[in-house]
Design a binder for this molecule. Structure first.
Ligand code: GDP
Ligand code: IMO
Ligand code: MG
Length: 425
């Protein structure tokens, strides 16, 4: 049985939730290993739509168990409301959801600091965060002052929350923000902590047993490689390791247990939030992709910026992510596009670049070098296998494989489970 990491390989929202859901038909475990409720993973099953932020997408298949690993930052109130909604919709959680006692807790002050900091930054410097407190919580983790899920089980937990909140109120006020009502906050945290208590445990031995028993394990990445704190378009990134390397660090499963990495990419590119995006479209074509692809953030509802497929980004993600295969998503969104463009290199200061530069100002000066590709002008969303695809659509898939050097193993032509092809060519 395989131990597979699925990672977003652009700037997030590639369709990770959908692919996890498709692959959980055969999986025993789904493990989230980084990020928090900045993520929004959509799964559509029949006429039901679920958007999961902290809960692994495997929760929707009863045969699958789910782990919120040590690498996450968990918003207690956000998670409680997500789990309450899932329960109301008939999803059983008992014995299926395990939350690491080593995962860090996002508290009200992290969100207040996130929002205040963003508000204080001048245009051009804003990151466009989800304001979910992700960065400030990872800061506290690195500063060794964070509270962890396991602390909930200790008698002095609420005292520690109170003490931290009083000290962070000083920080918030110094930033020009509004101090939090500590009593109200502690009461809300007490309720959510109580609700989540039964799910908290040491997930490391559980996952090691799963590895030893040779269970099928899927690691569900959040965000995407271009938002990785090391490899992404820093500083316009999130605060965790979104790539495959994050999986061992954020779950306790050792790297040599992982045998497959699937990179998830859209047939074009989107980005939500600020930061460079070389193939971004500002014209009618960008609006067309946004409209057909329903490109609005699953967490914040913000419109996503849209552009052409960027093979420089895909190759770079494949390189740093150790990607073995692609899941190519949303091919159907390009069904009515006459001429599709693919960025094969960048041109910067008279020089041709084949990899993503570290310097943000250099990346901002990069102009995409495009190759044109004739569209297929035929609906693909009802195609169920390779042979049913229009010839030009097949050629587009093969073209992406050729320029990135990675095979497309999964092809998605619609949001539903059925609109997915596991390619065996
Ligand atoms: P994630 O964060 O990577 O899980 O992706 P999101 O859920 O934020 O965004 C992906 C969106 O695309 C969701 O609304 C999905 O329902 C939708 N989607 C996924 N795959 C396809 C596809 O192949 N075609 C179309 N048209 N929509 C898709
Ligand atoms: P999923 O898992 C797309 C972006 C934000 C912002 C930057 C930093 O659904 O793909 P943060 O709140 O993390 O400090 O914001 O990262 N971002 C995402 N963009 N999809 C996501 O998650 C994202 N999570 C964070 O828009 O630009
Ligand atoms: Mg998303």
């Amino acid at each position: 049985m395989s131990k597979t990491v699925l990672i977003g390989s652009q700037w997030g929202d590639e369709g990770k939730g959908k692919i996890i859901d498709v692959l959980t038909a055969n999986a025993d475990w789904v493990v989230r290993y980084q990020g928090g409720n900045n993520a929004g993973h959509t799964v559509e099953i029949g006429d039901q739509k679920y958007v999961l932020h902290l809960t692994p997408s495997g929760i929707l298949r009863e045969s699958c168990k789910c782990v919120i690993g040590n690498g996450l930052v968990v918003d207690l109130i956000g998670l409680m409301s997500e789990l309450t909604e899932l329960t109301e919709r008939g999803i059983k959680l008992e014995g299926r959801l395990f939350i690491s006692d080593r995962a860090h807790i996002v508290l009200h002050y992290h969100k207040a600091i996130d929002g205040t900091k963003e508000g204080n930054l001048e245009k051009g410097k804003k990151i466009g965060t989800t304001k979910r407190g992700i960065g400030p919580c990872y800061m506290d983790k690195a500063d060794r002052i964070g509270l962890r899920m396991g602390d909930i089980l200790e008698a002095d937990f609420l005292d520690r929350v109170r003490e931290m909140a009083i000290s962070k109120n000083g920080v918030i006020e110094a930033m020009g923000g509004e101090a939090l009502n500590v009593d109200e906050m502690v009461a809300e945290i007490a309720e959510a902590a109580d609700y989540l208590k039964p799910f908290i445990c040491d997930t490391i031995p559980i996952l090691h047993k799963a590895v030893k028993d040779d269970d099928e394990i899927l690691f569900e990445g959040a965000q995407g490689v271009m938002l990785d704190v090391d490899f992404g378009t820093y500083p316009f990134v999130t605060s965790s390791s979104t790539g495959a390397g994050g999986a061992p660090a954020g779950s306790g499963v050792p790297p040599n247990a992982i045998d497959r990495v699937v990179g998830i990419v859209k047939a074009y590119t989107t980005r939500v939030g600020e930061g460079p995006f070389p193939t971004e479209l500002f014209d009618d074509m960008g609006a067309h992709i946004a409209q057909v692809g329903h490109e609005f953030g699953a967490t914040t509802g913000r419109p996503r910026r849209c552009g052409w497929f960027d093979a420089v980004v895909a190759k770079y993600s494949a390189m740093v992510g150790g990607i073995n295969e692609w899941a190519l998503m949303k091919l159907d969104v390009l069904d009515a596009v006459e001429t599709i463009k693919v960025c094969v290199a960048y041109e910067c200061d008279g020089e041709r670049l084949d990899s993503v530069p570290a310097s943000i100002s250099k990346l901002q000066r990069c102009k995409p070098v495009y190759e044109d590709f004739k569209g297929w002008n035929t609906p693909t969303t009802d195609c169920t296998c390779w042979d049913e695809l229009p010839e030009q659509a097949k050629k587009y898939v093969e073209y992406i494989e050729a320029i990135t050097g990675v095979k497309v193993a999964i092809l998605s032509v619609g949001p539903k489970r059925a609109s997915t092809m596991l390619l065996d060519r």
